[in-house]
Design a protein around this ligand. Structure first.
Ligand code: SF4
Length: 212
């Protein structure tokens, strides 16, 4: 198991916070329903791509009821520039129908019920709970996993759930929401998968996999 000292943990938080003091959710939304849809759409694609299609999507489907009554091909047509759009369109409509029929039209707020919705896995539920309800969660996406491994907080073979578990032990609960955003920003804009900025990285002294 990866081990990391408290000083290194503080260094990671302080240095990434200094680089990205305004790290936050970059998805655009104007309601809990639209946030959940935006998070679903962001699976295996960039937030920028999602933000390009959601203004039109949200204007057409303002409510859960609008979406549950939508025609699949019309949803597909709006989101077709996004990866896996057919599957996502199907899940979006099924999710709206399920919330309408089983939850009185209200998005459930428990992890278990959220994960029972079509197209909603642990990561989507975690992002939704932390962003909308401000419930401490660390959602593990590709950036969070890569950065955690490079900085010695997780192992390459770890599942996202295992990385989440390790990060929740490493960081204090009151920092979970923020550290989630910090690790995403650091991975998205600095410690990138290809050509990370190792030559100017403040965390180079503790990095386990610098690419110099
Ligand atoms: S030294 Fe490079 S790989 Fe390591 S954390 Fe910094 S940017 Fe990432």
């Amino acid at each position: 198991m990866a081990k990391i000292s408290i000083p290194d943990t503080n260094l990671i938080y302080n240095e990434i916070h200094a680089l990205f003091p305004n790290a936050r959710c970059e998805l655009l939304y104007d309601s809990d329903f639209h946030l959940l849809i935006a998070i679903m759409l962001s699976a295996q694609t960039t937030d920028i791509s999602v933000n390009r299609v959601t203004p039109k999507l949200f204007a057409k489907y303002r409510t859960i009821s609008d979406l549950s009554n939508a025609h699949i091909h019309e949803i597909e047509d709006i989101i077709k520039s996004i990866g896996l759009y057919r599957n996502k369109a199907k899940n979006m409509k099924a999710l709206a129908e399920r919330i309408t029929n089983d939850f009185n039209g209200n998005i459930p707020s428990s992890q278990k019920e959220l994960e029972s919705l079509p197209g909603v896995g642990r990561k989507t539920a975690n992002v939704y709970l932390s962003e909308w309800h401000k419930i401490p969660r660390i959602a593990v996406d590709t950036h969070v996993k890569r950065v955690s491994v490079r900085l010695g907080m997780a192992d390459e073979k770890d599942s996202p759930e295992k990385v989440e578990e390790k990060l929740m032990k490493i960081f204090q609960e009151e920092k979970w929401i923020e550290i989630h955003h910090l690790l995403i920003f650091f991975g998205r804009y600095f410690c990138k998968a290809i050509k990370p900025e190792c030559h100017q990285c403040p965390l180079l002294p503790i990095c386990t996999k610098p690419l110099l």
